[in-house]
Design a protein around this ligand. Structure first.
Ligand code: NAG
Length: 496
């Protein structure tokens, strides 16, 4: 288990430190993770209210651990994992896809056997004067490997077809996918290529804020006015252009082979990209932008509560990002403004705030636990939000200085032009912190939340480098310390 902290220093520069990596001795129960988490917080002297949010994978045990804390922080569920989840679902729900993928896999394994591969390479060299690229090896836990295999098979299909018809009198024709299968695979590649890019961007080594999550879910949602449609890739990348420059090369490199436009998408396949996006977007919505559950479904009500909590944070983050605030729905902005105003007013209120927080959190938890009331609390909350919104509009409470100041800043903020996509949102806020003191404080708090826990998980690969066979006498504690140092190299003073 590893815990990475992100924070902004006084110059609005992002700092990333590994707080700890621990060999988990007992089983990874929520109770145990909670205990380890608490210990780490204490060891570093981080008070609970300073934690904006915790981003984790979708493990139930981590969720449980966070809910068990006295002051449960916001919990953001990793975008990368959620996308993975959505894509895996797609493969099993889109009819014909599984079969076509299976075909691509068997073609790969047939072609990759030594003897056949040599003959194939010879054939392609003779007929096309090119050398085919090896087909990627399969990997069950990584959906994008399937995508790469499909891509390679589609890209080289003409060669494969020419080869298989001439090789050993066409005896192996059945080994490679049919044209219909290729048509389905093409649709699959078309639909998922941009999704792969989106998820790899959001899990990039370089920190990417949560503010992209909502815009991304809208771009993937065929029901949304932001849907990228046929140009999904293009639209997504215009949105993300600030991080893509370095990825462009990789994107263009594509698969070699000939452009094979003599296999158009069949009518069925042509509908697939949208269906695939819809399926992924359903999963994303469930996590980040939930529809109301049916009255009698208590499980759904609990899930809804969690997702709604996520959504609340995401709306605020996107609203506070001057690059993305106009790429979310009006309703999201309203929700964000109301919530942020409340937060500002709350924190301006006299002390015993910590206690207040505690009780509301506790109330919320009880609501989560007693499922029936979860739905009620939801309606109540929506109503409160609605009321809050009205009050915000009228600015009806002249006594409340904080409220007024906040409303004034809000007006100013919304009047400013959107930031360029290439701009660093932290630098933007640094530049505006003088004129927007309240909002910039909130921006510090919310924009720091990472969209993905993947960077933290990279630690496991560091772990792999440290715990190598030659160090058989390495004790658990020493291994932890070595990983800790190697992760935090940037912050260690150089030896003289
Ligand atoms: C895959 O190809 C086989 C053989 O032509 C065909 O029977 C099957 O329906 C195809 N499946 C899909 C999903 O295209």
């Amino acid at each position: 288990m590893s815990l990475t902290a992100l924070f902004l220093d006084e110059f609005w520069s992002l700092v990333e430190v590994t707080l700890c990596c621990k060999m988990m001795t007992e089983d990874h129960s929520g109770q145990y993770i909670k205990q380890v988490f608490n210990e780490m917080m204490e060891e570093w002297g981080i008070p609970p209210h300073k934690v904006s949010a915790v981003t984790s994978d979708n493990g139930e045990n981590i969720r449980l651990a966070l809910e068990l804390l006295d002051n449960p922080p916001n919990h953001m569920r990793c975008f990368g994992h959620t996308i993975n989840n959505g894509v895996s679902g797609v493969i099993s729900t889109c009819q014909g896809l599984q079969e076509s993928l299976a075909k691509a896999h068997s073609a790969r394994s047939w072609l990759s056997s030594d003897k056949v591969w040599r003959a194939y390479v010879k054939y392609v060299l003779e007929m096309h004067n090119k050398t085919p690229k090896m087909l990627p090896s399969p990997c069950k836990t990584r959906w994008w490997v399937d995508l790469h295999i499909a891509e390679a098979v589609v890209g080289q299909y003409r060669w494969m077809w020419g080869f298989v018809t001439s090789y050993r009198l066409g005896k192996f024709l059945g080994e490679i996918p049919s044209r219909e299968n290729i048509s389905v695979l093409k649709a699959y590649v078309k639909a998922l290529k941009p999704v792969e890019k989106i998820s790899s961007l959001l899990c990039a080594e370089r920190y990417v804020t949560c503010s992209m999550v909502l815009p991304m879910t809208y771009i993937l949602d065929p029901e949304s006015s932001f849907y990228g449609g046929e140009d999904l890739a293009l639209n997504a990348f215009t949105t993300l252009q600030w991080v893509t420059e370095e990825n462009e090369e990789e994107m263009d490199q594509g698969q070699e082979g000939e452009d094979d436009d003599d296999i158009p998408l069949s009518d069925y396949a042509a509908l697939q990209p949208k269906a695939i996006h819809r399926a992924i977007s359903e999963k994303l919505k469930k996590r980040y932008n939930p529809p109301l559950p049916p009255d009698d479904d208590t499980r759904a009500a609990i899930e809804f509560e969690r997702a709604a909590a996520c959504n609340t944070v995401l709306c605020r983050v996107s609203f506070l990002d001057p690059r993305f605030r106009s790429q979310i729905l009006e309703a999201d902005c309203t929700l964000a403004k109301t919530g942020l105003m409340e937060e500002t007013v709350d924190s301006a209120a006299p002390p015993n705030r910590a206690e207040n927080r505690g009780t509301t959190q506790q109330n919320q938890n009880t609501a989560v636990l007693s499922a029936a009331s979860a739905v009620m609390s939801l309606f109540k909350r929506r109503r409160q939000e609605h009321q809050g919104q009205q009050e915000a509009a009228i600015e009806s409470d002249p006594k409340d200085a904080a409220k007024k100041a906040f409303a004034k800043e809000l007006l100013l903020y919304e009047g400013l032009p959107d930031a360029e996509l290439t701009e660093d949102p932290f630098k933007w806020w640094q530049g505006h912190s003088g004129s927007l003191p309240l909002l910039s404080r909130l921006a510090r708090k919310y924009l720091i939340i990472p969209a993905s826990s993947v960077p933290s998980e990279r630690l496991f690969s560091t772990g792999g480098n440290v715990i190598i066979d030659t160090r058989t006498s390495l004790t658990g504690l020493n291994a932890e310390m070595l990983i800790f140092i190697s992760q935090n190299q940037a912050h260690c003073p150089l030896p003289v």
